[in-house]
Design a protein around this ligand. Structure first.
Ligand code: UT7
Length: 318
């Protein structure tokens, strides 16, 4: 139970990430489907991806990433009063992941729910956390993106199995005197709901890759520009751009359209693959770990995926 009264702003206090130990190369995949390393590098940009063990769950990965985020934030488990997990690849429909994750981390009885906006889930969650903290319904939020896509792709379908990977990324978000999570630009297009689907519990992912590619490369640059405009930051002053790691050609197109000429751009897809809701916290956490993103940097995060859904905002690097 909390009795918070609200905060002028909210910001990320610490980040963490986890990737399973098993690494799958393009040549490994070419051994069982008709593809090759050169095509995957050229058309998608992936070189390697991490794949969870059979007995390694979405919750296991989330707990590993979230534990690191708590440590990076210097936050005690009992300071968290809301846990939100963005995921679309849970093993079961019930229970959701968040309450179990909280219990495994020793967070006593927080508000806990899961959020499914597919690959855009983490950016949706940032705004949910920001609103909750500013309105006083939470003081400290643990936001996680965690996915085990390997369990939901058809490993005989070369148009999807080459793209995805498994991982988790997490952020601890708390109150601040200034704005650390800028105004969101979000939306959806349900007329394109059929473009990325997992139609049933025994079905695998189906994706109309070309259609999604066209939509992303014609829509997301404008969303990125609008997110910068609403934050009052010129694109050339953005220090870091972390687009959803769907395809390196999409990443490059968005950055070109945005005109973020001075930014460090996350290209985590190269050795993580597309990890859906985990991709943005994973990529940002790795940039921070390598010292390429620094405290106080303006970071544009921008995500899109099944639904179709999208969301983007300018945030302050912890
Ligand atoms: O994260 C959620 C959002 N998802 C996305 O943003 C995904 C967006 N889409 C994409 O990233 C790309 O469309 C894909 C990576 C999925 C596919 O790349 P593409 O350049 O659009 O390929 P394509 O589907 O147009 O196929 C081109 C050719 C075809 O051969 P033909 O008909 O020209 O002879 C395919 O059969 O490439 C062939 N192909 C492959 N060849 C080798 C398709 N997949 C493969 C493969 N290896 N894995």
């Amino acid at each position: 139970m909390n009795s918070a009264t609200g905060s002028p702003g909210a910001r990320i206090l610490g980040l963490g990430h986890y990737r399973p130990s098993k690494v799958l190369t393009n040549d490994d995949i070419a051994a069982f489907v008709d593809t090759n390393d050169a095509w995957i590098r050229d058309r998608v940009g992936v070189v390697t991806r991490h794949i969870a063990a059979d007995d390694e769950s979405v919750v296991d990965m989330a707990v590993a990433a979230a534990g690191k985020a708590l440590a990076a934030a210097g936050a005690e488990a009992d300071s968290i009063d809301l846990v939100v997990t963005a995921t679309c690849t849970l093993e079961a429909s019930l229970p959701g992941a968040s309450a179990t994750i909280a219990t495994r981390l020793g967070i006593p009885g927080p508000g806990a729910f899961d959020l499914n906006a597919a690959c855009a889930g983490f950016c949706y969650g940032l705004t949910v956390a920001d609103d909750a903290i500013r309105c006083g319904s939470a003081q400290r939020v643990l936001l996680i993106g965690a996915e085990k896509l390997s369990a939901w792709v058809d490993w005989t379908d070369r148009s999807t199995c080459i793209i995805f990977g498994d991982a988790a990324g997490a952020a601890v978000i708390g109150g601040s005197e200034t704005t650390g999570i800028g105004p969101v630009v979000w939306g959806s297009d349900g007329t394109r709901a059929g473009a990325i689907t997992i139609p049933g519990r025994d079905a695998a992912m189906h994706m109309e890759g070309q259609a999604v590619f066209r939509w992303a490369t014609t829509t997301m640059g404008k969303v990125a520009l609008e997110a910068c405009r609403r934050a009052g930051v010129a694109p050339e002053d953005i220090a870091i751009v972390v687009p959803h790691q769907a395809n390196l050609r999409i990443v490059d197109a968005i950055v070109r359209q945005l005109g973020a000429t001075n930014a460090v751009v996350a290209r985590d897809i190269v050795d993580s693959g597309n990890t859906s809701a985990a991709s943005i916290p994973l990529a940002l956490s790795r940039l921070v770990e390598r010292g390429e993103a620094r405290t106080g940097d303006d970071v544009l995060v921008l995500a899109f995926g099944a639904g179709l859904t999208f969301a983007g905002q300018v945030i302050t690097c912890p």
